[in-house]
Design a protein around this ligand. Sequence first.
Ligand code: 13P
Ligand code: SF4
Length: 304
Amino acid sequence: MIKDLQDKIIKLKKERDICILAHSYMSEEICEIADFTGDSYALSVKAKTAPQSTVIMCGVRFMAETVKMLSPQKRVILSNPDAGCPMAEQFDKEVIEEVKKMYPDYAVVAYVNTTAELKTVADVCVTSSSAVKICKAIPQKNILFIPDINLGTYVKNQVPEKNFKLLSGGCPTHAKIEKSDVLAAKKAHPDALFLVHPECRTEVVELADYVGSTSGIMDFAEKSDRKEFIIGTENAIVQHLQFKCPEKKFYPLSKDLVCHNMKITTLPDVLNCILGTGGEEIVLKEELRVKAVKCIEKMIEYGG
Ligand code: 13P
Ligand code: SF4
C-alpha cells in the first residue's frame, strides 16, 4: 500500500513538473518520495534553485512561506494546511515594533520559525544551523534575537563579543525536555554520545556532546566513529538515523519529543496536493513578500 502510493506520487510529480521538499522531521515514507530533504536552512536554499514550476513543501507553514518568498513565480503548496509551528506565531509584529522602539540601536535577528508578517520587521533571518555564523558576520554589535530564548541563549554564549537581548519565546516540543531526562538517558546508555538541537533548554544543551540543527545532528552521527547516540530532537531523526546507519544504535532522549505539527502530513496528503484536491497554495501579498524576503536574502548572503 505504502509502496503503491509512493510509486504513484513519484510518477505524477515527474509528469507534472513538481518538486517535493521535505523537512527532516517528516516520516521516512515521505522523505523517500522527496526530491530533497534537509534542515530549514538547506530547504530555503534549495527552494531558490529547484527548476520545477511547482513546489510541495512537506513541513510547516513558515517553511512553505519561505519558499514562496524566494520563488514568487512558482506555485508553492503546503502539504497539510493545519501544519503550523506554534513558535512562529508567538509574537505579533506590533509587539516587536514596540520592543524595537525601546532598543533602537539593536538589529532584529529573527529565527526563520516566524510568520511572513514578523519577518517584515527583522533585519536578518537565521536558522539553527546558521545562527552563530550569521550573528558573528553581521556588522551590528547589538542584537535583539527573536523569538526563541533557547536558541538565542545558545547563540549568545557562542558569540560573546556581541550584546544580545532575548525574548521569551520557544518551541513547546523541545522545551518539554528537562535536565533530569538527559541524566536518565545518559544513565541508561552510558556509552552513548548526546546530540541535541539548540531549541532545547540551556541546562539540557549544556550536557550535550554536540549541538546542531537536524541535519547537523544527522551528519555528526553518520560520520562519528562512535556506535551509540542519544538524540535530543524530534524523534523522526532517530528513525532516519536508524535507517541510514543500521550498525549503530540511536536512542530517543524522550518519547515526548514529537512535534504534532510535523507529524500530520501523510502520503495521501502529498498525493492530494499533486492531484489538486488537497494542500494549500501559499498566496502572499506582493507588498508583504517584498518586505519579508529581504531578511531571508540577507540570511542566504551571510549564511553562504
Ligand atoms: P532545523 O533548523 O534544524 O531544521 O530546525 C527547524 C525546526 O523547526 C526545529 O524544531
Ligand atoms: Fe515548531 Fe518546535 Fe515543531 Fe520545530 S519542533 S516545527 S520549532 S513546534
